[in-house]
Design a protein around this ligand. Sequence first.
Ligand SMILES: *[C@@H]1O[C@H](CO)[C@@H](O)[C@H](O)[C@H]1NC(C)=O
Length: 443
Amino acid sequence: MATGSGRYLRYILFAFFGILILYFISTSSLPSYTPSIAEAAGKLSWDDIKVPVTPPPAEKPAADPDAVADAFTSKPQNPQLGTSPLPSITPLSPSELSPAAPGERVNATFVTLARNSDIWEIARSIRQVEDRFNRNYNYDWVFLNDKPFDDQFIKITTSLVSGKTHYGEIPVEHWSFPSWIDQKKAEAVREDMRRRKIIYGDSISYRHMCRFESGFFFRHPLLHQFEYYWRVEPSVELFCDIHYDPFKYMKDNKKKYSFVLSLYEYVETIPTLWESTKKFIKAHPEHIHPENSMAFLSDDGGDTYNKCHFVSSTPMTPSFTTNTYQWSNFEIGNLDWLRSKAYIDFFESLDQDGGFFYERWGDAPVHSIAASLLLPRDDIHFFNDIAYYHVPFTHCPTGDDLRLKLRCHCNPSDNFDWKGYSCTSRFFDLNKLSKPVGWEGQA
Ligand SMILES: *[C@@H]1O[C@H](CO)[C@@H](O)[C@H](O)[C@H]1NC(C)=O
């Protein structure tokens, strides 16, 4: 009992002295903390960021990045402190948030084909790629469009990309019907595909896009200065950290083409693609590499196509199509290979046959067939550790340890790699690669 009331008394004394000390501090001549915050605010202005701060337009304040900047720069809380705005965020300059990874950079860039209306889907993709990888590497980013980019697109993408951004317009010859295409015939095909409900079967712009990605993007003047590219499409989801530089991996290991998912193409969109390919093989045997991956494409030594392709491309974004379905795709490759005589001869041979318009050839099977036939097997790489989502398929790395180390947020049972509709097993078998530990559990 006695010790209990003694403790009680001590608490009261403690509280009393505490209040006394606080009183002395508040009335003493110790400098107040407020001026130094104001000073910091003066130094940390939003002008440090490359996005120019201008007053937000009245009609769309919420979507405007300037409005967001304004929200962070609150009004001065004390009128005597003057006009410098007080930031309500921790005062760190943005560049300090992402220390660059050590080591040299490869001659490489991200590349994105987009329209102005894709801005928010693209912003999401950039943010994912920056957070998981590029914030530490600061690679450049090239944006291409068949129309000029508008101010909003440029402003937002510039603020998100940690490297330099480049904006280019696609020359009209790369985004239109070539002279030899019979317009009547092409229109009849689109009408027929519309009736048969083939996805994007009636879209003209989708066809221009597939042809552009197959044969022209790597020849755009903005890409001449680079050796490697990484294609990023709208609404990409990256599930894991990318703990090394994939560009450097490609260069150090002399890889020319890479993938994370592979699957079978819709046969209705490419009925004569293999006939055209065989025609090219006959006309240009010099371009077919002796150590090719024909076994990835064909089960009968090249007579027929098994429809396998690496998922590389064919973005399906709302603005290029009338549908809301999306495909977010992955592709890291060597631009000099795409600019080689072998690849250009292959593309031009296919283009002459007209299947981009008389059927609906996608750039994924075109790139995949080219990589499989023109490159030695060793030049194609499967990135198990880059986790990617491509509607409706997920590549979630095989291997429990790997997923934990990379801080992945994908469900391993969603992994598509070893399922029946994937061609990835075929790639492993053909290259005599051993599959990652645990693959049987996901088949
Ligand atoms: C990057 O690669 C391109 C294409 O191969 C080349 O033209 C350019 O000179 C290279 N740039 C540097 C800095 O090496």
